[in-house]
Write a protein of this length. Structure first.
Length: 289
């Protein structure tokens, strides 16, 4: 089952699983409330596909759908959320702050039996089930998908991650793609301001591919691209798993000198180049059958 904003992706997942697809319909009233209608003929195990970017409306609608599906005979619900929201805030940085990762994780665990996501944005925890307390939780890596995309025409380029947290992921992609890799150093100075230090070897390559799990404001990628251009790098491309690209992020990357921008289809965006359906279908088989 899928929602309108990622209709193609949910249909591709159903095709990869060899199972029927049904639409979950949403109508939004002028006052902001949502009317949700689930397919009336779903029983047994139901797989719900919805990426949780721009999550506030989506979470409410997801809960309404899950509760209704339960009420009409779904005894097992699997949520496929390629992008999983509210994972950044895993501790209270100031007194009184909500630890949104825990709150949203508990909410999803209340309504679903299993969760599948892709490259979740985790910092101070090691396992996704620490955030979403379910017995069946799978975090799918896009590393193989990205490496296959990279291996086609970028031989001898440098693969560059934005910070130390990305090192393990970048190294996995580079090993499979047969590319050299490095990571930059980052200091976050605010929501739209970062300090970047490039690794020494970055300027020695004619081409660099910047890879990141999430591109939101584009601040980190744009600043890194500007520094690479100043260092004499002739071609700078960007690959991200989750193309949030809020506001003018996409145009800012172009203004910073970025060439090609590619993303997985976890979130519908013109930069989508890599289809997650086969990876997600394998994960659903492990969780649902």
């Amino acid at each position: 089952m899928g929602f309108d904003e990622t209709l193609t992706q949910s249909q591709e997942l159903a095709g990869a699983l060899g199972c029927p697809w049904r639409a979950i319909e949403v109508h939004r009233f002028p006052d902001g409330e949502s009317r949700v209608r689930v397919p009336p003929d779903v029983r047994g195990t139901g797989v719900v596909h919805r990426s949780l970017d721009r999550p506030n409306d989506k979470l409410v609608e997801l809960v309404l759908a899950a509760e209704t599906l339960r009420g009409q005979g779904c005894d097992r619900l699997v949520l496929v959320a390629p992008y999983l929201c509210y994972m950044r805030q895993d501790i209270a940085f100031q007194a009184g702050e909500a630890v949104s990762q825990k709150v949203v994780g508990n909410l999803l665990a209340r309504y679903f039996d299993a969760l599948i996501t892709v490259d979740p944005h985790l910092h101070r925890i090691d396992r996704l089930e620490q955030a979403v307390p379910l017995k069946r939780v799978l975090s799918v890596s896009s590393a193989t998908l990205v490496s296959r995309y990279l291996a086609t025409d970028r031989k001898e380029w440098l693969l560059l991650g934005p910070d130390q947290e990305s090192r393990q992921w970048v190294e996995a992609i580079a090993a499979q793609a047969g590319l050299p890799c490095a990571v930059a150093s980052k200091r976050r100075l605010g929501d739209r301001e970062v300090g970047i230090s490039l690794p020494q070897e970055a300027g020695a390559f004619k081409g660099v591919v910047l890879v990141d799990d999430v591109a939101s404001t584009g601040t980190t990628l744009a600043e890194t691209a500007r520094l690479l251009a100043r260092a004499g790098v002739a071609r700078i491309d960007v690959i991200v798993t989750h193309a949030l690209f809020t506001g003018d992020a996409w145009s800012r990357l172009k203004q910073a000198g970025v060439g090609a921008i590619a993303s997985t289809d976890s979130i519908s965006h013109p930069t989508n180049r890599m289809c997650l359906a086969p990876l997600l279908a394998d994960a659903v088989r492990k969780c649902a059958f």
